[in-house]
Ligand binder design. Structure first.
Ligand code: DOR
Ligand code: ZN
Length: 344
C-alpha cells in the first residue's frame, strides 16, 4: 500500500466554537494537527486578552486526555481595538488579530467598518510582529458576491499594504486567481491560507442539480478557473507563500439545511486526507508536506512540529453525519469516499 509520512501538520485557520460544539469537534482536529490558529468569531467575539486565554483553557479542557494539540489564539479586530491592546496581546502570546469586515460572514456584526481608521493599530501590529489575518471580502451591497474578494484586493488590501508595508498579513481562505496572484507577487510579509473546499470544488458543486447547502461557505465557491489557479498556486514556484488553513466551520445540520442556511463547511474530520487528494491529483504529493507542515509555521515564526503522521492510500467512507451536542453535523464529503486515510 502507498504511504506518505509527513511532519505533523498545523491548521492555520480553524473554527472550534464553544461549549458542547467545541467538545464535539475539537478532538477531530487534535488527532491530526499539531496546532491550530483559532478563529475568534464566537458570540460575543473574543476581543480581550482575558477572553482569549479563558477560551484557550476551554479548548484544552475539550481535548482527549494526553493530547498535545496546541491552540494558537487570536483576537477579533474591532473599531475599538487600540495599539495598547496589541502590545498586551503580544505579551500574552496571542498570535494575531482577525479582520472581519462588518457583515462579511458568520458572527461578523462587530467587525471593522473602516480599516483605514485603524492605521495606528496596524502599525503597532507590524512593530510587535503580531499578524493580521484578513477575511478579504468587501461587504458593499452593490458588489456582486462572486466579486467581493477581487474588489477587496483593490480597495483595501493593496492600499493597506502600501501604507503599512512591513505588516505581516495572511490573506485567509483565498478563492480567486486575483488573490493567488497578489500573494505570489507581494513581499515575504504576505501569505495565504487555502481551504480544502476551494481546492476541490467550484460553484457548480454548490448550484448544479439543486442547491447544496453543505457546500455553502464564505467566501463562496468560485468558477473552475479560479479553483485551478489555487491548485497552481499551492503547487507552483511561489508555493512557499501558501499554507493549510481548513476554515473548518461547524454548523448544526438544521442550520445548514434551512431557508437561510449558514455559511461554513466542516472539514476537520478528514482535513489532511482531502488536501492529499488535491496534491495527488496535481501530481505534486511531494509538495504536501511544505504546504501542510512547514510554510505556516515558518510564516508564524514557529518551529515545525517534531513528530509525524502517516497517510495511507486507502479509501474511507465519510459518515453521513456525526453528533454535535444535541444536534448533528454534516461533514465535508458526507456519505462519500476520501482516497486517503490517516493511520491513527
Ligand atoms: O463559511 C464561513 N464560515 N466563512 C467564514 O468566514 C466564517 C465561517 C463560520 O464561522 O462559520
Ligand atoms: Zn473562517
Amino acid at each position: 500500500m502507498q504511504t506518505l509520512t509527513i511532519i505533523r501538520p498545523d491548521d492555520m485557520h480553524l473554527h472550534l466554537r464553544d461549549g458542547d460544539a467545541l467538545k464535539a469537534v475539537a478532538p477531530y482536529t487534535a488527532r491530526q494537527m499539531g496546532r491550530a490558529v483559532i478563529m475568534p468569531n464566537l458570540k460575543p467575539p473574543v476581543v480581550s486578552v482575558a477572553d482569549a486565554l479563558a477560551y484557550q483553557q476551554r479548548i484544552l479542557a475539550a481535548l482527549p486526555e494526553g493530547s498535545t494539540f496546541e491552540p494558537l489564539m487570536t483576537l477579533y479586530l474591532t473599531d475599538k481595538t487600540t495599539p495598547e491592546l496589541v502590545r498586551e496581546a503580544k505579551a500574552a502570546g496571542i498570535v494575531a488579530f482577525k479582520l472581519y469586515p462588518a457583515g462579511a460572514t458568520t458572527n461578523s456584526d462587530s467587525g471593522v467598518t473602516d480599516l483605514f481608521k485603524l492605521l495606528p493599530v496596524l502599525q503597532e501590529m507590524a512593530k510587535q510582529g503580531v499578524l493580521l489575518l484578513v477575511h478579504g471580502e468587501v461587504t458593499d451591497s452593490d458588489i456582486d458576491i462572486f466579486d467581493r474578494e477581487a474588489v477587496f484586493i483593490e480597495r483595501i488590501m493593496k492600499p493597506v499594504l502600501a501604507q503599512v508595508p512591513d505588516l505581516k498579513v495572511v490573506f485567509e481562505h483565498i478563492t480567486t486567481a486575483e488573490a493567488a496572484r497578489l500573494v505570489s507577487e507581494a513581499g515575504d510579509n504576505v501569505a495565504a491560507s487555502v481551504t480544502p473546499q476551494h481546492l476541490l470544488l467550484n460553484r457548480n458543486d454548490l448550484l448544479v442539480g439543486g442547491v447544496r447547502p453543505h457546500h455553502f461557505c464564505l467566501p463562496v465557491l468560485k468558477r473552475e478557473t479560479h479553483r485551478q489557479a489555487l491548485v497552481a498556486a499551492v503547487t507552483g514556484d511561489q508555493a512557499n507563500k501558501f499554507f493549510l488553513g481548513t476554515d473548518s466551520a461547524p454548523h448544526a445540520q438544521s442550520a445548514k439545511e434551512n431557508a437561510c442556511g449558514c455559511a461554513g463547511m466542516f472539514s476537520a474530520l478528514t482535513a489532511i486526507e482531502l488536501y492529499a487528494e488535491v496534491f495527488e491529483q496535481a501530481g505534486a504529493l511531494d509538495k504536501l508536506e511544505a504546504f501542510a507542515s512547514k510554510n505556516g509555521a515558518r510564516f508564524y515564526g514557529l518551529p515545525e512540529n517534531t513528530d509525524t503522521i502517516t497517510l495511507e492510500k486507502q479509501s474511507q467512507t465519510v459518515p453521513e453525519s456525526i453528533p454535535y451536542g444535541n444536534e448533528t453535523l454534516v461533514p465535508m464529503r458526507a456519505g462519500g469516499e476520501v482516497a486517503w486515510r490517516v493511520r491513527y
